[in-house]
Design a protein around this ligand. Structure first.
Ligand SMILES: Cc1ncc(C[n+]2csc(CCOP(=O)(O)OP(=O)(O)O)c2C)c(N)n1
Ligand SMILES: [Mg+2]
Length: 614
């Protein structure tokens, strides 16, 4: 400790602190903050804006077009970096701040680190109410930023300059801890950003953060080993935690040594290469027939780094063979003990290594391995049938086939919402760990393009392909202009089925009339014919509409050579989704209705509920 101090504003101290936080990846020391996305207003331009300018060479600032979009990009950067690096996003007070709330929820659900720095009202209250201040009649401490509280893992409001010292200490713990990981919101009172304080120089000492790998408790490890040893039909669910822990290689070795089939969640896909013999593919509601067949029969489920959300568990109507045991290998007790699982609290890589050592020569029964092999062969045939082109208006699956053939497993695929996550989960041939970037925890329309930008910033040498529907494109597309401006090339494929196709199908499946989903079924005077290619071109992208799957393949190859962001648009059939594989999903159907179709769907629903494991 020295007692030397340096006089800085709170905002300058914050910016300077951020530049001093480092990490080591593959032997290379890197700043742990990849940069700051910023849209300025009166709540941050003079304070934090001035501070960011001073550090612009060490901590790049990126201007975006929409606060939600920029926060998506920041979060995608962290996901693409396997949570080893992350970014901050700063907004003004009021609407700029609340525009980031959806992104905060997204990061919260997906356990992804992001530092959100909204401006806040004056701590001294002198000018109240300032422009954009949300005034509570009964509580003087409430501001618009209080809506971040339930969707932040750590929230603080900085009302004095020295308060940033403990707040940043806590922020860094949350951003870097595998179990606590999630969004941190530091609401920065506008006057306090500009206020000076004599900060101890030590506060700005370089700090190198390395990922924590919690080791399991011996009793939990023994219990998990005993459960696995007693099983004959084990399966592994690979969740996002496998990727974040860097456990892909350990998982492969474990699965091979013990003959355990692996099924991947949407977050865990690319844990094993798609063509690994033990990779049964996607599991659950959007699962392959291979995974779901094994899931029905498994006597032991080793869930590694998974939140076990309803899409994975088939709303808990999968994984319910008599006496089935679940072992939850997770850094977080909350996830590890879901559904009365035996918790094994540990880092995925460390946990798998220790289990492997303790299990010795134990392996799954030969019959089980043969069942898995046959099930996978059947699934591959079904998947090929739906991705091969035909002459009709293409399905999403056929477009996926074209993208895979043209650019394939070497690319990093980004998606989040609509019908595509289910189709891609089943059908995308993922390559290396992290090459499949699906935000299916919050499944946020509007994530894809902004998220693609964050992925490209994290992995500038990767071929980043974004696939999304017309609905999601319409919800948020403006970061196309940012990607063009930053030279961060994306290949964006827009599947235009003229509406919210997957929700229209869900509406039909629950007995509903076609209503308010496809454009044609929504109240209108004029049926819109949106020219997506012209729209994207207006933002500076190289854009083309293509009229067949064959043309799409050609355009994808041509687009590969283009240096700036490219947007390819193709019309698709809103009614088709892949029937092969899949599983029931619990979506509540009305108990009474004047529609006979709803009554029929309700009676099917009641039957399906009987299969749910409670
Ligand atoms: C922000 C947000 N609003 C609503 C939803 C619910 N939702 C899920 S998919 C979907 C329709 C998506 O339409 P599109 O992007 O065209 O994809 P498609 O279903 O046609 O494949 C909607 C409204 C959502 N996931 N996110
Ligand atoms: Mg659509």
């Amino acid at each position: 400790m020295t007692d030397k101090t340096i006089r800085l504003t709170m905002a300058q101290a914050l910016a300077r602190f951020m530049t001093r936080q480092m990490t080591i990846i593959d032997g290379e020391k890197l700043p742990i903050f990849g940069g700051v996305f910023a849209i300025f207003g009166h709540g941050n331009v003079a304070g934090f804006g001035e501070a960011l300018y001073q550090v612009r060479d060490q901590l790049p600032t990126y201007r975006a077009h929409n606060e939600q979009g920029m926060a998506h990009a920041a979060i995608a950067f962290a996901k693409a970096s396997f949570r080893r690096r992350f970014m901050a996003a700063t907004s003004s007070i009021g609407p700029g701040a609340t525009n980031m709330v959806t992104a905060a929820a997204l990061a919260h659900v997906n356990r992804l680190p992001v530092l959100l720095l909204p401006g806040d009202v004056f701590a001294n209250r002198a000018p109240d109410p300032v422009l954009q201040q949300v005034e509570s009649f009964q509580d003087g401490t409430v501001s618009a930023n209080d809506v971040f509280r339930p969707v932040s893992r750590y929230f603080d409001r900085i009302t004095r300059p020295e308060q940033i010292i403990p707040a940043l200490n806590r922020a860094m713990q949350v951003l870097t801890d595998p179990a606590e990981c999630g969004p941190v919101t530091l609401a920065l009172c506008q006057d306090v950003q500009a206020e000076a304080y004599d900060y101890p120089e030590d506060f700005f000492a370089e700090r190198v953060w390395t990922p924590r790998r919690p080791m399991p408790d011996v009793n939990e490890l023994d219990a998990a080993v005993a459960a696995i040893r007693a099983s004959r039909k084990p399966v592994i669910i690979a969740g996002g935690g496998v990727l974040y822990s860097g456990a892909a290689e350990g998982l492969r070795a474990f699965a091979e040594r013990h003959g355990v089939p692996v099924m991947e969640t949407n977050a865990g896909k690319s844990s094993l290469p798609h063509d690994h013999p033990l990779n049964m593919g996607s599991v659950g509601v959007t699962g392959s027939s291979a995974s779901n067949l094994l899931a029905e029969q498994a006597d032991l489920v080793l869930a590694v780094g998974s939140r076990l959300q309803d899409f994975t568990t088939g709303s808990w109507a999968l994984f319910k063979a008599d006496g089935v045991k679940i072992v939850g290998l997770n850094t977080q007790l909350f996830d590890a003990s879901k559904h009365r699982a035996l918790p094994l609290i540990a880092d995925a890589k460390a946990g798998l290594d220790l289990l492997d050592g303790k299990l010795g020569p134990w392996h799954a029964s030969d019959a089980w391995q043969a069942t898995a092999k046959a099930a996978k062969a059947d699934w591959l045939q079904a998947a090929k049938a739906v991705t091969d082109p035909t002459n009709e208006l293409p399905s999403d699956a056929q477009v996926i086939g074209a993208v895979a053939r043209a650019r394939g497993s070497a690319a990093t695929l980004v998606c989040a919402s609509g019908g595509l996550p289910g189709e891609l989960h089943k059908l995308w041939p993922a390559g290396a760990p992290g090459s499949y970037h699906m935000e299916y925890g919050y499944s946020t329309m509007g994530y894809e393009i902004a998220g693609g930008l964050g992925v490209k910033l994290a992995k500038p040498h990767d071929d980043v392909i974004v696939m999304l529907g017309d609905g999601s494109y319409m919800m948020m597309n403006s970061e196309i202009a940012s990607s063009v401006m930053l030279g961060a090339k994306l290949t964006i494929v827009v599947l235009d089925n003229r509406g919210f196709g997957c929700i229209n199908r869900l509406q039909m499946a629950t007995g509903g009339a076609n209503f308010n989903n496809l454009l044609k079924d929504a109240r209108h005077e004029v049926l819109p014919e949106i020219d997506f290619a012209a729209h994207a071109a207006a933002m500076g992208a190289w854009a083309r509409k293509v009229f067949s799957v064959a043309e799409l393949e050609g355009a994808l190859r041509e687009a590969e050579k283009v240096e700036r962001t490219t947007v390819l648009v193709i019309d698709t059939d809103p009614l088709i989704s892949t029937k092969a594989g899949g599983h029931w999903w619990d979506v509540a159907v009305p108990e009474v209705s004047v529609r006979p179709e709803v009554n029929a769907a309700r009676s099917e629903y009641e039957d399906a509920l009987k299969g749910q494991r409670l």
